[in-house]
Design a binder for this molecule. Structure first.
Ligand code: ZN
Length: 388
């Protein structure tokens, strides 16, 4: 039996490793590193008080996604902003029913501090709603925000502020997001809020405005907004990277401006959603563009935290996507070939990085649930998991 299993594993490996001869995007040429990109790790922060947490999730972002982004953007001797975070560890990502998690159970491990089944949005394996770190923060008077480059109703942001048994229930998720109390929600997903598109014709846009949100549809409206509660829906579904759409960094800047007004602190989750989508498509250029956009948002978060001194920044992924790796088989000179081993997620652990007060709590090999539990404790929100 064991022998058979081993053989079948080998077979799968050998067939899926017949890497695309057809892909145009599998080679990258590392750029030269300029003086300004010579690595400098941020220092450890002595202070102990965690008033705010910025939690960054690179969906589908493993070591190969980060390293290929580094080579392409700042070269072999450089470091991306995310690589300047001084504390590093690893996260084990399996879900309650699968060694390979999806983004829903992956995000629920972070938001509720518990393992659940793939597809579950902030419910436990018995489909009972679990309290999220965002909801606890709201109860304690902190301000909260969600940023994504997918629709804001997509699995990762949804798992922080709604509870449904399947990630596909995005219309229901939209209803619940509006009742979450989150001050700032920025991403795509207009179609799940608009009566024009919803299957029940509910007009959540008007409901949102009545609840105090200003609706933002493009970058200019985001930049000019003076409101204190924002619902940014910059695309029908995921952001399309049109000129009129804000970057993740621009969304982060605006969110930090609003959330930091709260004397009691804030919790902000920022997702680089489409790094995962590039991985699903085995599309290297897509991944590199999304890593660049995400890393610029990381810089914005780190700059804020350095100034503030009481902000903890934690960065990780929910899982790796694509089985991406860097090799040199056919490429000539200094270029590297990107190989993909799957169009889905892999079970390989993902990197964990932290900067700010108490950052050293996030070193070592950690379960994904630990990250959520520890963030809640450090914000004095009590211990996870808790059922609703
Ligand atoms: Zn995925």
């Amino acid at each position: 039996m064991k022998k058979f299993l081993f053989l079948s594993v080998l077979l799968i490996i050998s067939t899926s490793c017949q890497n695309p001869d057809n892909s145009e995007n599998t080679e990258i040429m590392p750029v030269a590193t300029s003086d300004s990109e010579i690595p400098e790790l941020l220092p450890l922060v002595e202070g102990k008080t965690v008033k705010n947490i910025i939690f960054l999730i690179g969906d589908g972002t493993g070591l190969a996604q980060i390293t290929s982004g580094q080579y392409a953007l700042v070269g072999p001797d450089g470091l991306l902003h995310m690589q300047t975070m001084p504390v590093t560890g690893f996260v084990k990502t399996h879900s309650s029913d699968n060694l390979i998690t999806d983004s829903a159970s992956g995000a629920t491990a972070y938001s509720c501090g518990l393992k659940t089944y793939n597809g579950a949005i902030a419910v436990n394996p018995d489909k009972e709603a679990c309290k999220t770190i965002l909801e606890l923060a709201e109860e304690m008077g902190l301000s909260t925000g969600l940023i994504a480059t997918s629709s804001i109703t997509h699995a990762t942001p949804a798992s922080f502020a709604s509870h449904v048994e399947s990630r596909s229930m995005e219309e229901e998720i939209a209803v619940q997001l509006l009742n979450s109390g989150a001050e700032v929600m920025l991403g795509g997903g207009f179609e799940f809020f608009s009566s024009q598109y919803r299957s029940d014709s509910l007009d959540l846009i008007t409901q949102a405005e009545e609840a105090g949100y200003q609706l933002l549809r493009n970058k200019e409206e985001l930049d000019n907004s003076e409101a204190e509660m924002l619902l940014g829906l910059f695309a029908n579904d995921g952001l399309e990277r049109a000129e009129t759409e804000p970057s993740t960094s621009a969304m982060t800047t605006k969110a930090l401006d609003i959330l930091s007004r709260n004397e009691d602190g804030f919790f902000l989750m920022i997702e680089g959603s489409q790094i995962d989508w590039g991985g699903h498509g085995n599309n290297t250029d897509y991944v590199l563009n999304e890593v660049e956009d995400f890393d610029a948002a990381v810089k914005t978060a780190l700059d804020f935290a350095r100034q503030d001194g009481e902000t903890l920044v934690v960065l990780t992924a929910d899982h790796e996507t694509g089985g991406m790796t860097l090799q040199r088989q056919r490429a000539e000179g200094d270029s590297l070939e990107i190989y993909w081993t799957t169009g889905y997620h892999t079970g390989i652990p993902v990197p964990l990085m932290a900067y700010g007060p108490q950052a050293t709590e996030f070193m070592g090999w950690r379960d994904n649930t630990y990250v959520g539990k520890r963030m809640a404790e450090l914000l004095n929100l009590g211990s996870l998991p808790q059922m609703k």
